[in-house]
Design a protein. Structure first.
Length: 138
């Protein structure tokens, strides 16, 4: 339910390319593709989670809509993203600010779960589970 609220907060549509930074088992990507009909890219550093999420995506026959990249989120260019989802630590969230400013196009929506981007003005904040999720727009 938290993921659905985050995707709704970002107003995800079938025209969007959703990037999940630290995509874990891929559940946010799968919900974005199945329920919101968006294309999605997951960037995950943990090799086992990449294997697991790839298996789940293939099992759901979503490999034409979802791509998993095994890499560090700071090393991959995010310029194609329309929406960024992230549920990262406070330190990682703050560390991405300059990358976002440099790489993301105007209008890109960023949804950060649990940690606001310090110094940025949020467009909206909603309660998602036991924490808030914050929407920002480039």
């Amino acid at each position: 339910d938290t993921i659905r609220k985050m995707l709704k907060l970002a107003c995800v549509t079938k025209r969007d390319m959703v990037y999940d930074l630290g995509s874990g088992d891929g559940r946010a990507l799968i919900i974005a593709a199945k329920e919101f009909h968006a294309k999605a890219v997951g960037i995950e550093r943990n090799r086992l989670l990449v294997l697991l999420s790839s298996w789940i995506i293939n099992r759901n026959k979503l490999q034409d809509k979802i791509k998993i990249i095994h890499d560090d989120i700071f090393k991959k260019n995010l310029k194609n993203a329309d929406v960024i989802l992230m549920y990262l630590s406070h330190k990682l969230t703050q560390g991405l600010k300059s990358k976002f400013k440099k790489e993301l196009k105007k209008g890109t929506r960023i949804v950060s779960a649990s940690h606001p981007i310090v110094g940025w003005e949020e467009v909206r904040r909603i309660r998602t589970g036991h924490f808030y999720s914050y929407l920002y727009k480039i």
